[in-house]
Design a protein around this ligand. Sequence first.
Ligand code: PGA
Length: 246
Amino acid sequence: MRKKIVAGNWKMNLSSEDASSLISTLNEQNIEGVDLIIFPPSIYLDRALDSKKTIGVGAQNTYSKDSGAFTGEISPSQIKSLGVEYCLVGHSERRSIFGESNELLKNKVDTLLHNDIKVVFCCGEAQEERESGKQNEIVRKQLEESLFHISADQLKNVIVAYEPVWAIGTGLTATSDQAEEMHQFIRNLVLEKYNMELAEDLPILYGGSCKPENAKELFSKQNVDGGLIGGAALKSDSFLAIANSF
Ligand code: PGA
């Protein structure tokens, strides 16, 4: 049985006080059969880890090197030394706003896995790519160029998040059939590249305007193993309602 996961990507949101209050509310929760993970801004990682009880804690980003003269960056080995368990790689905002290339993402994947940090690898097509029917090609390229070089053993420490760019923060959601179709496609790619067991075990999350109103329908699909939630993860009520939607 694959893990069910609901992860909250807080992005660059929440004051110090609001972050502490959300962390403490979520830490009181134990939802049977569902792993909750939060990705707070890095300045709040330390406190999320200090008060950690039931929730997993991940970083939204790291650089691809372990140390050195990279002003403003944080490294996989630094977050590992804090006790961080997960890191996002390839979020569309990193790709489009910060110009992160597939090559850089590949290096980030390597350094994170080398530090025993689980990678939540985000992929997804832009609106015009979907409109021209290129979504499979785009997602395949993202996976092939930044993820599929790793070994079968390393893949056990990866979660994939399919996040169509046109659905992120827009209020538009992929239909559950569109999500299922892409998740199935990704699982088949893993089967072709690795093996049946890894393909079956890989958690694939959906992200993009996932909210309490649509989570149940999305999570009802066989290949949708949970969600990577942005806006609706900033309030405990909506985040927990999503986590209770399996
Ligand atoms: P959203 O963001 O839920 O606000 O659309 C999802 C994400 O970017 O991970």
